[in-house]
Design a protein around this ligand. Sequence first.
Ligand code: FAD
Length: 310
Amino acid sequence: PFDVLIVGGGPAGAAAAVYAARKGIRTGVVAQRFGGQVNDTLAIENYISVLETDGPKFAAALEAQVRHYGVDLINGQSAAALLPPEAVGGYVGVRLDNGATLRARSVILATGARWRNLNVPGEAEYKNRGVAYCPHCDGPLFKGKRVAVIGGGNSGVEAAIDLAGIVQHVTLLEYAEQLKADAVLVDKLRSLPNVTVLTQAQTLEVQGDGQRVTGLRYRDRASGAEHTIALEGVFVQIGLVPNTEWLDGVIERNRFGEIVVDAKGHTSVPGVFAAGDCTTVPYKQIVIAAGEGAKAALSAFDYLIRTPVP
Ligand code: FAD
């Protein structure tokens, strides 16, 4: 059995593994795909002290550092169920898809999240070639260009306001009749000179020239007419879904499915900690996930030295 078992191998899980292993305790990581969302990222320009890197390079560096400390890395395996300890200090079980159960005195959940996709033609094809999901990450790549933001909830409207300060023009498309964001954000958005808001607009296709995005085709649901907008970027903002379905009923989550954590990364189950995009911690970013992972590992270590085995 492990002292600490980490579920997830993104920036949060990798940071937790490094911090735990450096305490000299038996540390394991089980990950569906080591590296996590970073694998799908082209340029990373906001990881502090690293001027610029790319996703695959960053993921390889995470893995090298985790392996350097002799962490047991179980890659390509998914956790299917969490078995809480029978008593405080007892073993926590993590059952894998393949039927095996790993046991650990403490567990750190770092299963991250995934952006909800539009599922229209061109979206997957032009991902990272004009189709983007994270304005904090990719906004500056579209400086002076024309972009669309799909989604009129809080994240879409915030993204449009943020992007309007960087790009030449933003078109916000919302499927419903009205924007769903808070009124104060909608007012702010409507005050901006370089933003067009389209409601009842159903995105049909992301268009491109084979290399990059060149436009977006949508249907005006009021008139039924189809239109095309010429642009260079499309930000999809229709939701970020935490990978926590497998924890249903076992651990406290909020209405978005995020694992509820306190400032030290404790969850509702003793001995189980959580970090990164799968939690309630705001702002889903690599540097934040890494910091939270480090914190969760230190909390797990603190728990181990204070909690006797029953
Ligand atoms: P993730 O990176 O999502 O990692 C989750 C890990 O858990 C993965 O290893 C996954 O395989 C594993 N996992 C999930 N479910 C299970 C399970 N049931 N069992 C076992 N393992 C499981 N952030 C920035 O700071 N800068 C950027 O430039 C940037 N660009 C981005 C570009 C794109 C296209 C995307 C999608 C995201 C970008 N982000 C960026 C956001 C950043 O990638 C995330 O905030 C960060 O990766 C979160 O780290 P995490 O460890 O919490 O989760």
